[in-house]
Each structure stands twice: as structure tokens, then as C-alpha cells.
Design a binder for this molecule. Structure first.
Ligand code: KIV
Ligand code: ZN
Length: 506
């Protein structure tokens, strides 16, 4: 029977997280993994377990939390990597070990100092070893698209014979062209004698901007697993973007055929926004499917056309990817019930205590801002997310006073509270935010470097909430924080404290 199901293997938390600026904490990764589960991916690659104890823990935490899809860990074709990967995913409902070895002559010679014969032997031994540790094993031939195809067919046959249920052929450096990649995948599909015993997968990078085109070409050639990330994040120029692949299949089913997949496309926008909030990296406005302009029509001709019939300039509906056209408005007379219902509709399943806590924030915001839109609510919730991990060790803002003007140095007096005790400091600075940050640094008695500071208005009007993102670092690592307030100095201090608490609890 013809297999029309496309399995979505999401590597946002592994290949995606490897990209500079996208690192996430354990809890953030688990949150993202649970959203990927709601999105309906088939496999979550949760990390590279052997890379560090932190990576191992993240994979294990995700393996415990996720029940509805397979959880995989990457491993080089080495026993110690496979041991760590198998152990990290052991408690998953559906565990997978994903082992890889480079197969192109360039990588074999220059990187691995290995002959083709040694590589075949390693594939055979390590896939069989992984199979003894885990029932579901995927093998990847790194740099497959630059590997001699006759040799690659032998590698694929060997991996399947040794027990791999999925064989992945990456275009590791984003070198392939779509027609060529199609023929390459077709050639492996038709030439490997035991190909019917495994699923062929593709994993494309975007160095020439062709990752999604190559992935779709791979599907046309018979690949039935696609490896991708939310927003296309990943090494260098990134990986193929999940949302573009699935919306390509959906929108152009006349071209790609009636493929089946488990992705709930209405969860796409939420997934991309969550990733952006967690990492603090903004989605480019013109990003296909999930950018702010993806469904915006600026020119008069386009607006007129869309009003007459949306299909004139929209090939998919915003609703189909979870972008809501209308935003519900809450205000200071809204009650806790309406507030809780709205949070539920926005996808937040919160404990009663958390709702009550957020409702207090909502009320104080409603005193200062006339109308509260969904975007304000999301910002409020997200600013609280990930805090209160160990409340007794958290610094909280008690009071602050700043003084600033164009003929004076700025001064800030800040009082923070931790575990019932208050501490106060005053500092000078070239601006009020700098002064406030120095006062915080003096209170916590821990030096840090401010790596990044960004402020954005959540909505358009003058009374908009300001959402502040900061990144700080100390000798051990870097930490992000987010703060939300109609007062940008308060928002900045809250964002800094969010990062400081992560740093001190790390
Ligand atoms: O790009 C690549 O080749 C990879 C493999 C390790 C799967 O990420
Ligand atoms: Zn990759």
C-alpha cells in the first residue's frame, strides 16, 4: 500500500538551539517541547545528550514530560554517545536514538581520518549497538548530499540491515539544488534493496535559501520523514522551516498529492511566538507564514481585492495557521471569570492560584491602560513564565525612584526584597536605566555584563505596554529576562531581575 504519511521530525531543540542566540534553559525547552506536542509533530529531537550534563538533563526532562510523540536524542556513532542518548530518552513513552556518521569523502578524510570501509563497519556496529539499547533507531549519513551515491547506497543498506528504522539523508551544508536533490533521493530509494524496511528522511539546511524547496523535492521523490525547525532556526542559515513545509503541502495538495500528516496547523503561530518569546529573538516581519506582515495588505489595490474576495491575494487563511484577525478587548470592569476564560482561549492552562496572581497584574494594568488586547495578556503571562522556580531565592522589586534630566547625571534608588528581607542601594549612571541596573548589581552583590537590551511596544497606542528583553552574562553563562510594564524603567528593572534570578539560581 502506498505510504502517504509525512512524519514531522522537529529539531528546534537540537539543531535549532545550536544556533547562536537561541540557547534555552531546561524549563524553557520543556515548555517548547510541550507546545511541539500540541502542534502534532511526530518526533521531537530534544538535544544531544552526551554534549554536557545540562543537555542530558534537558533531554531526560522532555522525555518524562512528553507523552504524545517520539522523543529522540542525537548521538555520534560512538558507544559513549549512544549510551548517553539511550539513557536520556529511556523514560520516554516512545524513545528514539538518532546516531550519525559523516559519509562524504571530504568529511571521512579531513575530519574523521577514516576509510570508506571503516565507515561502513562503524555504521554496522553502532546501529546494531544502538538497537540493543533502544527499539527505535535512526541513522543519519552526515553530508549525504555530497557523498558518492554508490557508496551512500551501501551505507543506507548497511544501516537498515543493522536495524535502523529511519535513515536520514542530510544536505548538511545546504549545497543541493531542488531538482538534483529530488533525483538523488529517488536514486537512493530505488537502488537500495532493503529500502522497504525503513523510512527515508531528509534534513536540509538553508545556506542557499533552498532548505524548504529541497525538503519538498525530497517528499516528491519518496521521503516520508522531514526534519525541520520552527521558524527555520538552526546552524548557520538555519534548517527547513516546519510551517513552510506543512503549509506548502496543504496549500498545494494539487501539486504534492494528498499527503497525510499530524500537524495541527492552527498551532503554528502560537509555536513560533512561544519560541520567539522564550529566546527573545524577534520573528522577521516578512517571514513566510508567521511574520507580522504575512497576512497584512498595505497597498490600496490589494486591500480592495481582499475585501472583495480574500482569495485574490491570500492563498491560505490567517486562521488556518492560528493567526486571529479579531482581538477581544478586556478592560478594568472585566471580572476574573472573563479574564480566566480569555487566557484559556489563548491556550494557557493555568492553576487557579496563577490566574489569581495574573488577575492582580491585569487589574493594575487596566487602571493605566484603557483597553487590554490579547497581545497585552500574552505579554503579561509570558513575563511571569519561568519565574517563581525557587521563590525563597528570588529577588523582587519593592520600590524604585529615579531622577534624570539633560543637565545632570541620572540617579536611581532601588529597594529589592528577598526571602522577607529588604535591601536598598542608590547609584549614578549616564541614564536612568543604567543607574537602576547599577543599583541592582550593588544589591545582589554579583557582577554581570549587560549583553543585550531591547524594548518594544506590545500594542500600538500611547498607553502601550513596554516589553523589555535583557541578556546578561557572568563567568558561567548568559541569562535572558523579560519584563512588562507601562513604565519602561519599571519594565527594565523587572526584566533585569528576571535574568538575575535565573543567573543566581543557575
Ligand atoms: O545537518 C546535519 O547533517 C545534521 C545531522 C547531525 C543530522 O544535523
Ligand atoms: Zn543539521
Amino acid at each position: 500500500m502506498k505510504d502517504n504519511r509525512i512524519r514531522f521530525f522537529d529539531t528546534t531543540l537540537r539543531d535549532g538551539e545550536q544556533a547562536p542566540g537561541y540557547s534555552m534553559s531546561h524549563d524553557e525547552k520543556t515548555r517548547m517541547a510541550l507546545q511541539l506536542e500540541s502542534l502534532g509533530v511526530d518526533v521531537i529531537e530534544a538535544g544531544f545528550a552526551v554534549a554536557s550534563p545540562g543537555d542530558f538533563e534537558s533531554v531526560r526532562q522532555i522525555a518524562r514530560a512528553v507523552k504524545g510523540c517520539t522523543v529522540a536524542s542525537l548521538a555520534r556513532a560512538l558507544e559513549k554517545d549512544i549510551d548517553a542518548a539511550a539513557e536520556a530518552v529511556r523514560e520516554a513513552a516512545h524513545p528514539r536514538v538518532h546516531t550519525f556518521l559523516a559519509t562524504s569523502d571530504l568529511h571521512l578524510k579531513s575530519k574523521l581520518h577514516m576509510s570508506r570501509r571503516d565507515a561502513l563497519d562503524r555504521v554496522k556496529r553502532m546501529v546494531a549497538y544502538a538497537r540493543r539499547k533502544c527499539a527505535d533507531v535512526e541513522f543519519s549519513a552526515e553530508d549525504a548530499s555530497r557523498t558518492d551515491v554508490d557508496f551512500l547506497c551501501r551505507v543506507v543498506e548497511t544501516a537498515i540491515a543493522a536495524g535502523a528504522s529511519v535513515v536520514n539523508l542530510p544536505d548538511t551544508v545546504g549545497y543541493a539544488a531542488p531538482e538534483e536533490f529530488h533525483d538523488f533521493i529517488r536514486s537512493v530509494m530505488t537502488r537500495v534493496p532493503n529500502m522497504d524496511k525503513a523510512i527515508l528522511s531528509v534534513h536540509c539546511h538553508d545556506d542557499l535559501g533552498l532548505a524548504v524547496a529541497n525538503t519538498l523535492a525530497g517528499i516528491r521523490a519518496g521521503a516520508r520523514q522531514v526534519e525541520c525547525t520552527i521558524g527555520g532556526i538552526g546552524e548557520r542559515a538555519g534548517n527547513a522551516a516546519l510551517e513552510e513545509i506543512v503549509m506548502g503541502l496543504r496549500t498545494r495538495h494539487d501539486h504534492y498529492g494528498d499527503m497525510e500528516y499530524g500537524i495541527h496547523t492552527e498551532e503554528i503561530a502560537r509555536s513560533a511566538q512561544l519560541l520567539s518569546r522564550i529566546t527573545g529573538v524577534k520573528i522577521a516581519p516578512n517571514k513566510a507564514i508567521v511574520g507580522a506582515n504575512a497576512f497584512a495588505h498595505e497597498s490600496g489595490i490589494h486591500q480592495h481585492g481582499v475585501m472583495a474576495d480574500a482569495r485574490t491575494y491570500e492563498i491560505m487563511t490567517p486562521e488556518s495557521v492560528g493567526v486571529k484577525k479579531t482581538e477581544l478587548v478586556l478592560g478594568k470592569h472585566s471580572g476574573q471569570h472573563a479574564f480566566a476564560e480569555r487566557l484559556k482561549t489563548l491556550g494557557y492552562e493555568l492553576e487557579a492560584e496563577q490566574v489569581a496572581d495574573l488577575f492582580a497584574d491585569f487589574k493594575s494594568l487596566a487602571d493605566r491602560k484603557k483597553t487590554i488586547l490579547d497581545r497585552d495578556l500574552v505579554a503579561l503571562v509570558e513575563a511571569k513564565a519561568g519565574t517563581h522556580v525557587r521563590p525563597e531565592r528570588e529577588w523582587r522589586l519593592d520600590t524604585f525612584v529615579v531622577n534624570s534630566g539633560n543637565h545632570m547625571s541620572a540617579t536611581a534608588q532601588v529597594t529589592l526584597e528577598r526571602n522577607g528581607k529588604k535591601r536598598q542601594e542608590a547609584a549614578l549612571g549616564s541614564g536612568p536605566i543604567y543607574a537602576a541596573f547599577r543599583a541592582v548589581e550593588m544589591i545582589i552583590r554579583h557582577k554581570f555584563t549587560l549583553e543585550d537590551y531591547r524594548i518594544e511596544a506590545v500594542t500600538e497606542r500611547r498607553d502601550a505596554l513596554g516589553e523589555v528583553f535583557v541578556k546578561i552574562s557572568d563567568k558561567r553563562g548568559s541569562y535572558r529576562g523579560r519584563g512588562v510594564s507601562t513604565d519602561i524603567i519599571k519594565g527594565s528593572i523587572l526584566a533585569l531581575l528576571n535574568a538575575v534570578n535565573r543567573m543566581l539560581n543557575a
